[in-house]
Design a protein around this ligand. Structure first.
Ligand SMILES: Nc1ncnc2c1ncn2[C@@H]1O[C@H](COP(=O)(O)OP(=O)(O)OP(=O)(O)O)[C@@H](O)[C@H]1O
Length: 540
């Protein structure tokens, strides 16, 4: 049902068209069987032009309606998957950063890859399921036309078996759900493999422990639940075959005792029953795919719900004011919930005022809260208490997107896009060339259209490329989180003594998180944090 709802959200009109043509196809297929039965019983009728025409017409109608239904469903299903990918992407980007940090990238990656794939597989088989379903309906319709008592008999049998199926299906789904829960953990391990490959290769005991405990443990649990779940489906499949033989037996041996049925009529029922048996069998065979998809859909819906619950109420940004006058943090505060009470970290309350053209260093020991303050300052974490004011205006949920446009930032854990997104590269081309030279990476990287020729660079070089992008963005405020940590001494000196003063001389406000106490003297002002509190705020 969830799958149908999922498709209906995409386009109910297309769904209605697919259902209608599927039904026509199923009914006309059943009509073909009815004609075959009629011809077998009234052999002379086979020569009549009307009967031949009817037979050919119904067969063609089944063909055309079947194709139309399947094509509509394929388009509908692919559109629904497209919508889902876009919606997930949007929900993730719209969700609060702190919430995403808590959710963890493994969970999000599992949804974006495995769950979307499970749904894509299910929506691919959906057209076939619909046709099968329509053929079963058509067959039952024909039985009704032959005799309502026989239909009642057949429907009672089907409901009886469905009751048993539902129970087994519930057991199978519970196992698949537990298997899916392991998938999130598996994704964490896969990240450890790709991101931690050097550490794993270098240290044999660590690698063995990772393989034998983490990866093997989770994979074994996943295997156990999948095997149990799929085994229930084997039972359903074989029970289905038994159900057919049972029903045939009932038709042959029991029904004639209650109803006065001629042999030729009975053969008609059997022919129809045989006709519906194939689509029913393939419906049963597709149950694992559908159940897997329904588990994935539930998982994605709960992720989506949690993402949209914590979605930011952002409005499209308005134009920024490059001549801003004052930026104030008033009693801002942020805390990370710890697993134990004593592991909770709290930043603030902190109050600070900034003016345009200031070069501000934020310093302090590891874990003192510098990066957390940077996320609050740039509007990535809304302060849990306190407020931020720009030119006297409090930054609210609705104005936070506009506020963020004042900043360009290179965080310690930064991501380098291989394309200059959102920039007009044609007008910037000569500036880009001279910056590449200035940053001494022109021999490694060039710009091809709006794309860098490569981003496979050393960490220091990648940071230089990120700096180039920041320069091009030309925002009023810059934030660098330990940018110089990976630079050689020459570039470190250039950064502190030339690049930063140059930005200040262009009226930019620059926040620099740094451990380089050799260069603290270049700052106008040094702010020191310790244990999440402001230790001092000194003018140089
Ligand atoms: N996503 C998170 N979830 C929970 N706790 C976090 C998270 N990020 C940071 N912390 C905790 O918050 C505290 C401050 O971290 P922060 O990264 O702000 O420090 P920092 O001063 O930038 O440190 P460093 O100099 O090592 O980069 C640390 O104790 C850290 O454990």
């Amino acid at each position: 049902m969830g799958l149908i709802r999922f498709l209906l959200q995409s386009s109910w009109q297309m769904m209605a068209l697919a259902m209608l043509s599927g039904l026509i196809s199923g009914l006309s297929s059943a009509g073909v069987v009815a004609m075959m039965n009629y011809i077998l019983r009234q052999w002379g009728a086979a020569q009549s032009a009307g009967v031949i025409g009817g037979f050919v017409g119904l067969a063609l109608l089944a063909l055309v309606a079947g194709i139309s239904s399947q094509l509509s469903l394929i388009r509908l299903a692919q559109q629904a998957i497209f919508n889902l990918r876009m919606q997930l992407g949007r929900s993730i980007l719209a969700s609060e950063l702190a919430h995403l940090d808590r959710t963890g990238s493994a969970k999000i990656m599992a949804a974006l890859t495995d769950d979307v794939q499970a749904l894509a597989t299910a929506v691919w088989v959906l057209p076939f399921i619909c046709i099968d379903f329509a053929m079963v309906l058509g067959g039952l319709g024909y039985i009704l036309w032959l005799s309502w008592q026989v239909l009642l008999f057949v429907v009672t049998l089907i409901l009886l078996f469905l009751g048993v199926y539902k129970k087994i299906l519930r057991l199978a789904k519970a196992e698949l759900k537990q298997g899916r829960a392991q998938q999130d953990v598996l994704f964490r391990h896969f990240r450890a493999i790709t991101d931690g490959i050097k550490e794993l290769k270098l240290n044999y005991p660590r690698r063995q422990a990772f393989l034998n405990e983490d990866l093997q443990g989770t994979s074994a649990k996943f295997k156990q639940h999948q095997t149990a779940g799929l085994s229930w489906f084997v039972l359903i499949d074989n029970f289905g075959k038994f159900a057919f033989f049972f029903s045939f037996g009932m038709l042959l041996f029991v029904l004639p005792n209650f109803l006065n049925i001629e042999r030729s009529t009975l053969s008609g029922y059997l022919l129809t029953f045989l006709f519906v048996s194939k689509p029913l069998e393939s419906l049963i065979a597709r149950l694992p795919t559908l159940t897997q998809a329904s588990v994935s859909l539930e998982k994605m819906e709960s992720l989506n719900l949690s993402l949209s619950d914590r979605a930011e109420q952002l409005q499209p940004p308005t134009a920024i004011n490059p001549r801003w006058d004052s930026l104030q943090l008033q009693h801002v505060h942020h805390s990370y919930p710890g697993e134990r009470d004593d592991s909770l970290f709290t930043l603030g309350p902190i109050s600070l005022d900034f003016q345009p053209g200031e070069l501000v260093f934020i310093v302090g020991g590891n874990g003192s809260g510098k990066s957390t303050l940077a996320k609050i300052l740039t509007g990535l974490y809304p302060p849990e208490n306190g407020k931020i004011l720009l030119d006297g205006e409090v930054i609210e949920d609705t104005t936070r997107e506009s506020y963020r446009q004042y900043f360009t930032a290179i965080f310690a854990e930064f991501f380098l896009f291989d394309r200059l997104l959102g920039l007009d590269t044609e007008t910037l081309e000569s500036r880009i060339q001279s910056h590449l030279k200035e940053l001494k990476i022109d021999h490694k990287v060039s710009l091809e259209g709006d794309r860098f020729s490569t981003t496979d660079l050393s960490t220091g070089q990648r940071k230089r490329l990120a700096l180039l992008t920041a320069w091009l963005e030309d925002r009023p405020m810059y934030l660098f989180d330990e940018w110089a940590a990976d630079q050689d001494p020459t570039f470190r000196r250039l950064f502190y003594t030339e690049f930063l003063p140059d930005l200040r001389s262009r009226g930019k406000t620059v926040f620099v998180i740094s451990h380089d106490d050799h260069y603290f003297h270049v700052a106008d002002r040094v702010i020191k944090l310790e244990y999440g509190q402001l230790e001092y705020d000194k003018q140089n």
